[in-house]
Ligand binder design. Structure first.
Ligand SMILES: Cc1ncc(COP(=O)(O)O)c(C=O)c1O
Length: 382
């Protein structure tokens, strides 16, 4: 097993101890199907899911927890919004830092469904010029999708300003918070964001197979799946009310129990404290990398503009080779390549070679950073 885990951008590891306990408790002690039957196990399973929803509402400052629906990951939530909002004849705007979880569903719709879209080009350091976003607007623009933090460069994007641009024109805004929920203070309702997609298994510390979507009051959504919800069972029609409208089929009870424990850990620790810790690690890594020759570091160096995800390349050594070396010789887990975000790599000029990405969570230490830097110094000599 790996000794140093720096691939938290893919999924966080380890989770807080309480997450493992909550999953185990659900599986061993609760066991019923949430919202399906009237016996005690089913009722307790339903309460577990409700507690997860309420924990998330508390973290995101959402007044009505039923406006948070659970999906199996951020990708499913993003697909739901893109397919729901974009009808034939409409137009969407995305940024050039978006993940394939946004780009591919949009491209699929564009191919089949008479939907058009434009990609607003970000700068080489990953920053977004809002003038370009204004220029991309069309009379039939129905959706602006904007990543909150790039999973390649770590850049934070100005979602508040993007939401303003959208709101002034009654355009729906979709924020991909896969890399920020849990590690950045986030209040979608206050920011005027209609849809905010999140994943449970990254910085929210939940198990894999958890994620979801915040849907602002007064905003419609078409479900991605139709089926049993445990409510209005006599009707062939999907319920109109949330969360049932978008949660067909048995939910991931054990996963959501774990997600609730992950969120409670964050609420107890405080997002500010988590961010401060990641700042220390990220600044230490960036300073260490910049002190080396023959190395390119991507994204902003200023902490205020980023999260704890750092992409870099060593001259003369391809990122997959370097990742293998770190894995095999130093037992350090990082990720190489395109990170499912080719648009972002094109933006920073690394589409051919990709980058090596080190990504932190609250559980990493300064020693992890120093070990990575030492391994890189040695790798440079090979
Ligand atoms: C920015 C971003 N968006 C979306 C996703 C997709 O998340 P999930 O794998 O939970 O669907 C990821 C995952 O890496 C991501 O980094």
């Amino acid at each position: 097993m790996q000794d140093i885990y720096l691939d938290n951008g893919a999924t966080t590891f380890p989770k807080p101890e309480s997450v493992y306990r909550a999953v185990d408790h659900f599986n061993r002690e609760v066991g019923g199907s949430p919202g399906r039957s009237g016996h005690e196990r089913a009722l307790e399973a339903g309460r577990e899911v409700l507690r997860a929803r309420e924990a998330l509402a508390a973290l995101l400052g959402v007044a009505d927890a039923s406006r948070i629906i659970f999906t199996k990951n951020a990708t499913e939530a993003l697909n739901m919004v893109i397919r729901s909002v974009l009808k034939p004849g409409t137009h969407a705007i995305i940024t050039s830092l978006e993940h394939n979880a946004v780009w591919r569903p949009l491209e699929a719709l564009a191919e089949r469904n008479d939907v058009a879209y434009d990609i607003v080009q970000c700068e080489g350091d990953g920053s977004l010029d809002l003038v370009r976003m204004h220029e991309a607007l069309r009379p039939n623009t129905s959706l602006i999708a904007c990543i909150h933090a790039s999973n390649v460069t770590g850049n934070l994007l100005p979602i508040e300003e993007v939401a303003k641009i959208a709101c002034e024109r009654s355009i729906a805004v979709l924020v991909d918070a896969a890399q920020t929920a849990g590690r950045v203070e986030l209040r979608p309702e206050e920011l005027g964001i209609q849809y905010l997609a999140f994943t449970g298994h990254k910085e929210l510390f939940g198990p894999q197979g958890t994620g979801g979507l915040f849907i602002a009051p007064g905003t419609d959504i078409d479900p991605l799946h139709f089926g049993g919800t445990g409510s209005l069972s006599e009707s062939p029609k999907q319920p109109e009310f949330l969360p049932d409208r978008c949660e067909s089929g048995t939910t991931n009870g054990p996963g959501l129990a774990g997600l609730r424990a992950g969120i409670e850990f964050i609420l107890k620790t405080g997002v500010t404290q988590i961010r401060r810790h990641e700042e220390e690690l990220t600044t230490r890594l960036i300073e260490g990398l910049l002190a080396m020759d023959g190395l390119s570091v991507y994204g902003p160096h200023d902490w205020e503009k980023r999260v704890g995800i750092v992409s870099f390349n060593l001259d003369g050594l391809a990122s997959p080779e370097l990742a293998s070396l770190l894995n095999e010789r130093y037992h350090i887990a990082v990720r190489a390549g395109l990170h499912c975000a080719p648009l972002a790599h094109k933006t920073i000029g690394t589409l051919e070679e990709g980058t090596l990405r080190a990504s932190f969570s609250y559980f990493n230490t300064n020693e992890d950073v120093d070990n990575l830097l030492q391994a890189l110094r040695e790798a440079k000599k090979c």
